[in-house]
Design a protein around this ligand. Sequence first.
Ligand code: BGC
Length: 425
Amino acid sequence: MMRRTAAVAALAVLALGLAGCGSGTTAPDEAAGGEVEVFTWWAAGSEKAGLDALVGVFEAQHPDATFVNGAVAGGAGSAAKDRLESRLRADDPPDTFQAHAGKELTDYIQAGRLEDISALYDEFDLRKKFPTDLLRLLQDHGKIYSIPSNIHRSNMVWANPSVLRAAGVDPAATYGSLDEWFPALDAVQATGATPLAIATTWTQVNLLETVLMSDLGAQAYLGLWDGTTAWTGADVTHALADFGRLMSYTNADRDTLDWTDSTQAVIDGAAAFTVMGDWAVAAFGEQDKVAGVDYTYFPVPGSADQFGFIADSFTLPVGAPHPDGAKAWLETVSSLEGQTAFNRAKGSIPARIDANPDDFSAYQQASMTAFGHLSIVPSLAHGAAASITVLTAIEAATRAFTTGTSDLTTFQGDLAVSAGWRSGG
Ligand code: BGC
Protein backbone atom coordinates (compact mmCIF):
# COMPACT_ATOMS: atom_id res chain seq x y z
CA MET A 1 0.00 0.00 0.00
CA MET A 2 1.65 3.24 1.03
CA ARG A 3 5.01 1.63 1.69
CA ARG A 4 4.79 -0.17 -1.64
CA THR A 5 4.03 2.96 -3.59
CA ALA A 6 7.03 4.69 -2.12
CA ALA A 7 9.24 1.75 -2.93
CA VAL A 8 8.19 1.45 -6.53
CA ALA A 9 10.41 4.14 -8.01
CA ALA A 10 13.48 2.89 -6.20
CA LEU A 11 12.85 -0.70 -7.20
CA ALA A 12 12.70 0.37 -10.81
CA VAL A 13 16.45 0.85 -10.65
CA LEU A 14 16.88 -2.82 -9.88
CA ALA A 15 14.87 -3.72 -12.92
CA LEU A 16 17.33 -2.07 -15.28
CA GLY A 17 19.20 -4.39 -17.55
CA LEU A 18 16.83 -7.30 -17.17
CA ALA A 19 16.73 -8.24 -20.82
CA GLY A 20 17.22 -11.53 -22.57
CA CYS A 21 15.51 -14.37 -24.23
CA GLY A 22 13.37 -16.40 -21.86
CA SER A 23 11.88 -19.59 -23.18
CA GLY A 24 9.29 -22.01 -22.01
CA THR A 25 5.70 -22.98 -22.16
CA THR A 26 2.81 -22.27 -19.89
CA ALA A 27 2.59 -24.31 -16.72
CA PRO A 28 0.21 -27.24 -16.97
CA ASP A 29 -3.17 -26.62 -15.47
CA GLU A 30 -3.87 -30.00 -13.91
CA ALA A 31 -5.40 -30.44 -10.50
CA ALA A 32 -2.87 -30.26 -7.67
CA GLY A 33 -1.79 -33.60 -6.29
CA GLY A 34 1.11 -35.99 -6.11
CA GLU A 35 4.48 -34.96 -4.86
CA VAL A 36 6.45 -31.78 -5.13
CA GLU A 37 10.16 -31.55 -4.46
CA VAL A 38 10.87 -28.06 -3.12
CA PHE A 39 14.53 -27.09 -3.39
CA THR A 40 15.74 -24.42 -0.93
CA TRP A 41 18.64 -23.78 1.44
CA TRP A 42 16.32 -23.41 4.41
CA ALA A 43 17.61 -26.62 5.95
CA ALA A 44 17.89 -25.93 9.68
CA GLY A 45 17.08 -23.68 12.61
CA SER A 46 14.92 -20.61 12.08
CA GLU A 47 15.07 -20.99 8.30
CA LYS A 48 13.61 -24.49 8.51
CA ALA A 49 11.01 -23.13 10.95
CA GLY A 50 9.99 -20.67 8.22
CA LEU A 51 9.82 -23.44 5.63
CA ASP A 52 7.86 -25.65 8.04
CA ALA A 53 5.31 -22.88 8.55
CA LEU A 54 4.87 -22.62 4.78
CA VAL A 55 4.57 -26.40 4.48
CA GLY A 56 1.86 -26.32 7.16
CA VAL A 57 -0.23 -23.97 5.01
CA PHE A 58 0.59 -26.03 1.90
CA GLU A 59 -0.67 -29.22 3.51
CA ALA A 60 -3.86 -27.50 4.63
CA GLN A 61 -4.49 -25.97 1.19
CA HIS A 62 -3.47 -29.05 -0.80
CA PRO A 63 -4.15 -32.14 1.30
CA ASP A 64 -3.63 -34.43 -1.71
CA ALA A 65 -0.13 -33.17 -2.42
CA THR A 66 3.03 -34.48 -0.76
CA PHE A 67 5.81 -32.07 0.12
CA VAL A 68 9.29 -33.47 -0.49
CA ASN A 69 12.01 -31.46 1.19
CA GLY A 70 14.94 -30.90 -1.19
CA ALA A 71 16.78 -28.44 1.09
CA VAL A 72 20.57 -28.26 0.83
CA ALA A 73 22.24 -26.73 3.90
CA GLY A 74 24.49 -23.67 3.64
CA GLY A 75 23.55 -20.03 4.23
CA ALA A 76 22.74 -17.86 1.20
CA GLY A 77 22.65 -20.98 -0.96
CA SER A 78 26.42 -21.32 -0.66
CA ALA A 79 26.15 -25.07 -1.36
CA ALA A 80 22.63 -25.23 -2.78
CA LYS A 81 23.28 -23.10 -5.85
CA ASP A 82 26.14 -25.32 -7.07
CA ARG A 83 24.11 -28.44 -6.41
CA LEU A 84 21.16 -26.94 -8.27
CA GLU A 85 23.33 -26.04 -11.23
CA SER A 86 24.62 -29.60 -11.57
CA ARG A 87 21.11 -30.96 -11.35
CA LEU A 88 19.86 -28.53 -13.98
CA ARG A 89 22.76 -29.44 -16.25
CA ALA A 90 21.94 -33.12 -15.79
CA ASP A 91 18.27 -32.49 -16.67
CA ASP A 92 17.32 -33.49 -13.16
CA PRO A 93 15.49 -30.39 -11.92
CA PRO A 94 13.50 -30.29 -8.71
CA ASP A 95 9.81 -29.40 -9.08
CA THR A 96 10.45 -25.88 -7.84
CA PHE A 97 13.47 -24.02 -6.52
CA GLN A 98 14.27 -20.92 -4.48
CA ALA A 99 15.89 -18.08 -6.43
CA HIS A 100 16.59 -14.43 -5.65
CA ALA A 101 14.70 -11.73 -7.52
CA GLY A 102 17.01 -9.71 -9.74
CA LYS A 103 20.15 -10.71 -11.60
CA GLU A 104 20.30 -14.23 -10.15
CA LEU A 105 16.85 -15.06 -11.49
CA THR A 106 17.72 -13.41 -14.81
CA ASP A 107 20.59 -15.90 -15.10
CA TYR A 108 18.20 -18.82 -14.87
CA ILE A 109 15.71 -17.20 -17.25
CA GLN A 110 18.32 -16.43 -19.88
CA ALA A 111 19.75 -19.94 -19.63
CA GLY A 112 16.28 -21.23 -20.55
CA ARG A 113 15.90 -23.04 -17.23
CA LEU A 114 12.50 -21.64 -16.26
CA GLU A 115 8.94 -21.88 -17.48
CA ASP A 116 6.92 -18.73 -18.04
CA ILE A 117 4.35 -18.78 -15.22
CA SER A 118 2.50 -15.59 -16.19
CA ALA A 119 -0.72 -17.60 -16.53
CA LEU A 120 -0.56 -18.46 -12.83
CA TYR A 121 -0.58 -14.75 -12.00
CA ASP A 122 -3.96 -14.54 -13.71
CA GLU A 123 -5.23 -17.83 -12.33
CA PHE A 124 -4.26 -16.94 -8.75
CA ASP A 125 -5.23 -13.28 -9.22
CA LEU A 126 -1.74 -12.00 -8.39
CA ARG A 127 -1.20 -9.20 -10.88
CA LYS A 128 -2.01 -6.51 -8.34
CA LYS A 129 -0.80 -8.33 -5.24
CA PHE A 130 2.92 -7.50 -5.45
CA PRO A 131 4.82 -4.23 -5.97
CA THR A 132 5.00 -3.61 -9.72
CA ASP A 133 8.74 -3.18 -9.72
CA LEU A 134 9.35 -6.32 -7.72
CA LEU A 135 7.38 -8.13 -10.44
CA ARG A 136 9.65 -6.50 -12.99
CA LEU A 137 12.63 -8.24 -11.37
CA LEU A 138 10.94 -11.57 -12.05
CA GLN A 139 10.28 -10.91 -15.73
CA ASP A 140 11.81 -11.12 -19.12
CA HIS A 141 10.13 -9.77 -22.24
CA GLY A 142 6.87 -9.37 -20.33
CA LYS A 143 6.78 -12.98 -19.12
CA ILE A 144 6.95 -13.68 -15.38
CA TYR A 145 9.13 -16.54 -14.16
CA SER A 146 8.72 -16.82 -10.40
CA ILE A 147 6.56 -15.95 -7.41
CA PRO A 148 8.13 -13.94 -4.57
CA SER A 149 7.69 -15.23 -1.03
CA ASN A 150 9.34 -12.52 1.06
CA ILE A 151 11.57 -9.46 1.27
CA HIS A 152 14.66 -9.36 3.48
CA ARG A 153 17.02 -6.48 4.35
CA SER A 154 20.78 -7.05 4.23
CA ASN A 155 22.25 -4.02 6.00
CA MET A 156 21.52 -4.65 9.66
CA VAL A 157 23.69 -4.85 12.78
CA TRP A 158 22.65 -7.18 15.63
CA ALA A 159 24.11 -6.54 19.07
CA ASN A 160 24.34 -8.04 22.56
CA PRO A 161 23.66 -5.30 25.15
CA SER A 162 25.41 -7.15 28.02
CA VAL A 163 28.65 -7.44 26.07
CA LEU A 164 28.43 -3.75 25.22
CA ARG A 165 27.77 -2.71 28.81
CA ALA A 166 30.76 -4.80 29.98
CA ALA A 167 32.88 -2.81 27.53
CA GLY A 168 31.50 0.50 28.73
CA VAL A 169 29.54 1.03 25.51
CA ASP A 170 25.99 2.35 25.78
CA PRO A 171 23.74 -0.27 24.12
CA ALA A 172 21.38 2.53 23.10
CA ALA A 173 24.12 4.51 21.33
CA THR A 174 23.55 5.35 17.69
CA TYR A 175 26.28 5.74 15.10
CA GLY A 176 26.01 8.00 12.09
CA SER A 177 28.95 6.50 10.22
CA LEU A 178 31.47 3.70 10.35
CA ASP A 179 33.99 6.16 11.80
CA GLU A 180 31.63 6.78 14.71
CA TRP A 181 31.22 3.03 15.21
CA PHE A 182 34.92 2.08 15.34
CA PRO A 183 35.51 3.33 18.94
CA ALA A 184 32.76 0.99 20.18
CA LEU A 185 34.46 -1.91 18.42
CA ASP A 186 37.79 -0.88 19.96
CA ALA A 187 36.21 -0.81 23.42
CA VAL A 188 34.87 -4.36 23.02
CA GLN A 189 38.23 -5.50 21.65
CA ALA A 190 39.88 -4.34 24.86
CA THR A 191 37.65 -6.66 26.93
CA GLY A 192 38.69 -9.77 25.02
CA ALA A 193 35.20 -10.42 23.56
CA THR A 194 34.84 -10.55 19.77
CA PRO A 195 33.81 -7.09 18.58
CA LEU A 196 32.28 -8.22 15.28
CA ALA A 197 31.25 -11.83 14.70
CA ILE A 198 31.44 -13.08 11.15
CA ALA A 199 31.49 -16.37 9.28
CA THR A 200 32.48 -17.79 5.91
CA THR A 201 32.98 -15.88 2.65
CA TRP A 202 29.38 -15.07 1.77
CA THR A 203 28.87 -13.38 5.15
CA GLN A 204 32.00 -11.33 4.47
CA VAL A 205 30.53 -10.28 1.12
CA ASN A 206 27.32 -9.39 2.98
CA LEU A 207 29.47 -7.15 5.21
CA LEU A 208 31.31 -5.75 2.20
CA GLU A 209 28.12 -4.69 0.42
CA THR A 210 26.91 -2.85 3.51
CA VAL A 211 30.23 -1.00 3.83
CA LEU A 212 29.94 0.05 0.18
CA MET A 213 26.38 1.26 0.85
CA SER A 214 27.54 3.17 3.91
CA ASP A 215 30.62 4.84 2.47
CA LEU A 216 29.37 5.47 -1.06
CA GLY A 217 25.74 6.32 -0.37
CA ALA A 218 22.76 4.95 -2.27
CA GLN A 219 23.39 6.74 -5.55
CA ALA A 220 27.04 5.74 -5.96
CA TYR A 221 26.35 2.22 -4.65
CA LEU A 222 23.70 1.81 -7.36
CA GLY A 223 26.27 3.15 -9.80
CA LEU A 224 28.53 0.18 -9.08
CA TRP A 225 25.90 -2.00 -10.77
CA ASP A 226 25.01 0.18 -13.73
CA GLY A 227 28.53 1.24 -14.67
CA THR A 228 28.30 4.86 -13.50
CA THR A 229 30.49 4.43 -10.40
CA ALA A 230 34.13 3.51 -10.95
CA TRP A 231 35.17 0.43 -9.00
CA THR A 232 38.66 1.86 -9.21
CA GLY A 233 37.73 5.18 -7.58
CA ALA A 234 39.07 6.68 -4.36
CA ASP A 235 35.71 6.34 -2.58
CA VAL A 236 35.78 2.58 -3.23
CA THR A 237 39.39 2.45 -1.95
CA HIS A 238 38.22 4.17 1.22
CA ALA A 239 35.33 1.72 1.61
CA LEU A 240 37.63 -1.26 1.13
CA ALA A 241 39.96 0.13 3.80
CA ASP A 242 36.97 0.37 6.15
CA PHE A 243 36.01 -3.18 5.22
CA GLY A 244 39.55 -4.30 6.04
CA ARG A 245 39.39 -2.51 9.36
CA LEU A 246 36.05 -4.13 10.21
CA MET A 247 37.46 -7.53 9.31
CA SER A 248 40.27 -6.90 11.83
CA TYR A 249 37.63 -6.97 14.60
CA THR A 250 36.28 -10.38 13.59
CA ASN A 251 36.81 -13.89 14.94
CA ALA A 252 39.76 -15.84 13.54
CA ASP A 253 37.77 -19.05 12.96
CA ARG A 254 35.37 -17.24 10.61
CA ASP A 255 36.03 -19.31 7.51
CA THR A 256 34.84 -22.49 9.22
CA LEU A 257 31.50 -20.97 10.30
CA ASP A 258 28.10 -20.16 8.81
CA TRP A 259 25.80 -17.24 9.68
CA THR A 260 24.02 -19.29 12.33
CA ASP A 261 27.33 -19.63 14.22
CA SER A 262 28.27 -15.95 14.05
CA THR A 263 24.76 -14.95 15.09
CA GLN A 264 24.93 -17.48 17.91
CA ALA A 265 28.15 -15.84 19.13
CA VAL A 266 26.15 -12.63 19.66
CA ILE A 267 23.25 -14.51 21.26
CA ASP A 268 25.66 -16.29 23.62
CA GLY A 269 27.59 -13.15 24.55
CA ALA A 270 30.87 -14.21 22.95
CA ALA A 271 30.60 -11.29 20.52
CA ALA A 272 29.15 -7.78 20.69
CA PHE A 273 27.98 -7.21 17.13
CA THR A 274 27.35 -9.00 13.86
CA VAL A 275 26.30 -7.62 10.48
CA MET A 276 23.74 -9.90 8.90
CA GLY A 277 20.56 -9.89 6.86
CA ASP A 278 17.40 -9.79 8.90
CA TRP A 279 16.83 -13.53 8.86
CA ALA A 280 18.99 -13.10 11.99
CA VAL A 281 15.99 -11.71 13.86
CA ALA A 282 14.30 -15.09 13.45
CA ALA A 283 17.30 -16.82 15.06
CA PHE A 284 17.02 -14.55 18.12
CA GLY A 285 13.27 -15.11 18.22
CA GLU A 286 13.55 -18.86 17.89
CA GLN A 287 15.63 -18.86 21.08
CA ASP A 288 13.10 -16.70 22.87
CA LYS A 289 15.41 -13.71 22.98
CA VAL A 290 13.62 -10.42 23.54
CA ALA A 291 14.37 -7.40 21.35
CA GLY A 292 15.57 -4.43 23.39
CA VAL A 293 16.52 -6.70 26.29
CA ASP A 294 18.57 -9.64 25.02
CA TYR A 295 19.51 -8.04 21.72
CA THR A 296 19.30 -4.79 19.82
CA TYR A 297 19.55 -3.91 16.15
CA PHE A 298 20.22 -0.94 13.92
CA PRO A 299 21.15 -0.36 10.28
CA VAL A 300 24.84 -0.58 9.46
CA PRO A 301 26.16 2.87 10.47
CA GLY A 302 26.01 5.27 7.54
CA SER A 303 23.44 3.19 5.63
CA ALA A 304 20.30 4.02 7.61
CA ASP A 305 18.70 5.66 4.56
CA GLN A 306 19.08 2.49 2.49
CA PHE A 307 17.23 -0.83 2.36
CA GLY A 308 19.59 -3.56 1.15
CA PHE A 309 17.01 -5.41 -0.90
CA ILE A 310 16.66 -9.20 -1.10
CA ALA A 311 13.63 -11.19 -2.25
CA ASP A 312 13.32 -14.96 -2.33
CA SER A 313 11.06 -16.41 -4.99
CA PHE A 314 9.96 -19.80 -6.32
CA THR A 315 10.12 -21.07 -9.87
CA LEU A 316 8.80 -23.76 -12.19
CA PRO A 317 11.90 -25.27 -13.84
CA VAL A 318 11.73 -26.58 -17.40
CA GLY A 319 11.31 -30.36 -17.16
CA ALA A 320 10.01 -30.36 -13.57
CA PRO A 321 8.83 -33.94 -12.97
CA HIS A 322 5.68 -32.87 -11.09
CA PRO A 323 4.49 -29.56 -12.54
CA ASP A 324 1.05 -29.97 -11.00
CA GLY A 325 2.62 -30.31 -7.54
CA ALA A 326 4.85 -27.33 -8.26
CA LYS A 327 1.81 -25.30 -9.25
CA ALA A 328 0.14 -26.21 -5.96
CA TRP A 329 3.28 -25.08 -4.09
CA LEU A 330 3.38 -21.81 -6.02
CA GLU A 331 -0.26 -21.20 -5.16
CA THR A 332 0.53 -21.57 -1.46
CA VAL A 333 3.64 -19.39 -1.71
CA SER A 334 1.57 -16.70 -3.39
CA SER A 335 -1.32 -16.85 -0.93
CA LEU A 336 -1.86 -14.38 1.89
CA GLU A 337 -2.02 -17.28 4.37
CA GLY A 338 1.25 -18.75 3.09
CA GLN A 339 3.07 -15.41 3.10
CA THR A 340 1.80 -14.55 6.57
CA ALA A 341 2.77 -17.88 8.15
CA PHE A 342 6.14 -18.04 6.42
CA ASN A 343 7.25 -14.47 7.07
CA ARG A 344 6.17 -14.47 10.70
CA ALA A 345 8.67 -17.26 11.27
CA LYS A 346 11.34 -16.05 8.85
CA GLY A 347 11.91 -12.45 9.97
CA SER A 348 11.25 -11.07 6.49
CA ILE A 349 8.25 -9.05 5.33
CA PRO A 350 5.65 -10.43 2.94
CA ALA A 351 6.07 -9.64 -0.74
CA ARG A 352 2.28 -9.29 -0.98
CA ILE A 353 1.02 -5.77 -0.46
CA ASP A 354 -2.15 -6.82 1.37
CA ALA A 355 -0.58 -8.47 4.43
CA ASN A 356 -1.68 -7.08 7.78
CA PRO A 357 1.22 -5.44 9.67
CA ASP A 358 -0.48 -6.37 12.96
CA ASP A 359 0.34 -10.03 12.23
CA PHE A 360 4.06 -9.25 12.47
CA SER A 361 6.70 -8.36 15.06
CA ALA A 362 7.79 -4.83 15.91
CA TYR A 363 10.99 -5.42 13.94
CA GLN A 364 9.01 -6.52 10.89
CA GLN A 365 6.60 -3.62 11.16
CA ALA A 366 9.59 -1.27 11.21
CA SER A 367 11.01 -3.10 8.22
CA MET A 368 7.73 -2.61 6.33
CA THR A 369 7.94 1.11 7.02
CA ALA A 370 11.60 1.17 6.03
CA PHE A 371 10.83 -0.60 2.77
CA GLY A 372 8.28 2.06 1.95
CA HIS A 373 10.47 5.05 2.74
CA LEU A 374 14.14 4.27 2.21
CA SER A 375 16.25 4.03 -0.93
CA ILE A 376 15.99 0.47 -2.17
CA VAL A 377 19.45 -0.80 -3.11
CA PRO A 378 20.12 -4.31 -4.40
CA SER A 379 22.02 -6.82 -2.30
CA LEU A 380 25.21 -8.16 -3.84
CA ALA A 381 25.58 -11.25 -1.64
CA HIS A 382 21.99 -12.31 -2.25
CA GLY A 383 21.46 -12.25 -5.97
CA ALA A 384 19.76 -8.91 -6.54
CA ALA A 385 22.66 -6.79 -7.84
CA ALA A 386 24.85 -9.24 -9.72
CA SER A 387 24.70 -12.45 -11.71
CA ILE A 388 25.92 -15.68 -10.14
CA THR A 389 29.08 -15.43 -12.27
CA VAL A 390 29.91 -11.93 -11.03
CA LEU A 391 29.09 -12.82 -7.43
CA THR A 392 31.28 -15.92 -7.59
CA ALA A 393 34.20 -13.83 -8.83
CA ILE A 394 33.63 -11.19 -6.13
CA GLU A 395 33.53 -13.93 -3.50
CA ALA A 396 36.87 -15.26 -4.71
CA ALA A 397 38.38 -11.75 -4.60
CA THR A 398 37.00 -11.20 -1.10
CA ARG A 399 38.32 -14.56 0.11
CA ALA A 400 41.77 -13.72 -1.22
CA PHE A 401 41.73 -10.38 0.62
CA THR A 402 40.37 -11.63 3.94
CA THR A 403 42.70 -14.63 4.03
CA GLY A 404 45.69 -12.41 3.33
CA THR A 405 46.45 -13.65 -0.18
CA SER A 406 45.87 -10.22 -1.71
CA ASP A 407 46.34 -6.65 -0.48
CA LEU A 408 43.90 -3.79 -0.76
CA THR A 409 45.15 -2.60 -4.15
CA THR A 410 44.92 -6.07 -5.63
CA PHE A 411 41.51 -6.55 -4.03
CA GLN A 412 40.17 -3.40 -5.61
CA GLY A 413 41.53 -4.40 -9.00
CA ASP A 414 40.04 -7.88 -8.63
CA LEU A 415 36.65 -6.42 -7.76
CA ALA A 416 36.72 -4.11 -10.77
CA VAL A 417 37.50 -7.04 -13.06
CA SER A 418 34.90 -9.26 -11.36
CA ALA A 419 32.20 -6.63 -11.79
CA GLY A 420 33.21 -6.11 -15.42
CA TRP A 421 33.94 -2.44 -14.79
CA ARG A 422 35.77 -0.58 -17.48
CA SER A 423 36.83 3.03 -17.57
CA GLY A 424 34.13 4.93 -19.43
CA GLY A 425 31.32 2.79 -17.99
C1 BGC B 1 18.08 -15.78 1.59
C2 BGC B 1 17.42 -15.89 2.94
C3 BGC B 1 18.25 -16.78 3.85
C4 BGC B 1 19.69 -16.31 3.89
C5 BGC B 1 20.61 -17.13 4.76
C6 BGC B 1 19.54 -15.43 1.73
O1 BGC B 1 20.18 -15.50 0.50
O2 BGC B 1 17.46 -14.82 0.80
O3 BGC B 1 16.11 -16.40 2.80
O4 BGC B 1 17.68 -16.84 5.13
O5 BGC B 1 20.19 -16.33 2.60
O6 BGC B 1 20.65 -18.45 4.37
